[in-house]
Design a binder for this molecule. Structure first.
Ligand code: SF4
Ligand code: SF4
Ligand code: SF4
Length: 321
């Protein structure tokens, strides 16, 4: 019997999700025995024309990581949707926008201006921006047009499953791959590679014992000054665990780092920032509005803190001027 065909594609991403896929270690041999990888630009020199030549739905499962930032990303999203029976938004970038989605706080013009004219690594005085078409002695070179904002995969095509994480942890990747190989995936539209409830439910730290008068920035705190048993939020270290979907095993709080939120909003939470505002208010040790304002003002970058991974996929999705 023919092996099921898999594809793994990266759009606007860092490539870490591909590395995470390879992190399944010796299970990669089981995967290779059970499936045929037909398209994966990170590992294979397959051309887009090879994918275009495939029959519709010829690929059984595509793991698509990365957001949609330019015309090439958009073309591949539509192409792989058409060629795949099952399309999985793989990782935080595809599911909710992730770090590349924070660029939605500025404009396309400002991004290009900074990267090519104002960045410290650019020769002073440079005025040249990338051109969509450039004639050379060897023919015309083209670049895909950048879009005004980054969109999630689900904002441009129909997605069958959403697998959060930046990147998803290896046990969850293998569990989803096994479910896909055995045809035991849950109903269409489900989140996959997650556990029930929130990061707090997987976190071994004790909650509800302390209140704080100040928030501390993690890089300014010595690990010796962090109690290993007590909730980080209750020690004044911001942690998004109360609003974030379980699935990683609370990796970050176990090593003294607050959850940044890469597994996305937990079930029933429509707005991470609103949920976290409540969680943070519950640990502030004051009834005085002015003092509370002062404590909250210690959170220097609220958008980057609470919407670091899901700005593009959130209700607003971008800066509104
Ligand atoms: S989800 Fe994280 S690891 Fe995966 S591509 Fe995006 S930034 Fe990289
Ligand atoms: S807020 Fe963070 S540190 Fe506290 S219990 Fe939840 S996940 Fe653990
Ligand atoms: S603890 Fe939070 S930021 Fe860390 S891996 Fe888990 S979901 Fe992601």
């Amino acid at each position: 019997m023919a092996k099921p065909k898999f594809a793994i594609y990266w759009a606007a991403s860092c490539g870490g999700c591909e590395i995470a896929f390879l992190d399944i270690k010796e299970k990669i041999l089981d995967f290779d025995a059970a499936a045929e990888l037909v398209f994966c630009p990170c590992l294979m020199d397959t051309k887009y024309s090879d994918v275009e030549a495939m029959a519709d739905e010829e690929i059984d499962v595509t793991l698509f990581n990365g957001g949609i930032r330019n015309e090439e990303n958009l073309h591949l999203a539509h192409l792989l949707r058409r060629k795949s029976k099952v399309l999985v938004a793989f990782g935080s970038c595809a599911t909710e926008g992730c770090i590349p989605g924070l660029a939605n706080l500025t404009t396309k013009e400002d991004i290009l201006d900074y990267v090519y004219r104002r960045s410290p690594s650019v020769a002073p005085g440079n005025t040249v921006l990338p051109q969509l078409e450039t004639e050379t002695p060897f023919g015309k070179l083209t670049l895909p047009a950048i879009h005004e904002n980054l969109r999630t995969l689900g904002q441009v095509v129909d997605v069958d499953y959403f697998m959060p994480g930046c990147p998803p942890v290896e046990e969850q990747i293998w569990a989803v791959a096994e479910a896909a190989l055995s045809g035991k995936l849950p109903p269409k539209g489900s989140l996959v590679g997650v556990n029930p409830k929130t990061v707090c439910d997987e976190c071994p730290r004790t909650k509800d014992v302390k209140k704080v008068k100040a928030f501390r920035r993690p890089h300014l705190v010595s690990p010796r000054d962090i109690d290993p048993e007590i909730c980080l939020l209750e020690q004044g270290l911001l942690c998004n665990g109360p609003a974030i979907h379980a699935g990683c095993g609370a990796l970050c709080p176990r090593v003294n780092l607050g959850c940044r939120g890469c597994y996305g909003p937990a079930a029933g939470i429509q707005d991470v920032g609103a949920k976290l505002a409540g969680a943070i208010a519950s640990v502030i040790d004051s009834d005085d509005p002015a003092e509370i304002d002062g404590i909250v003002d210690q959170i220097l970058d609220p958008v980057g803190t609470f919407y670091r991974f899901n700005l593009a996929g959130s209700f607003v999705g971008r800066r509104v001027r």
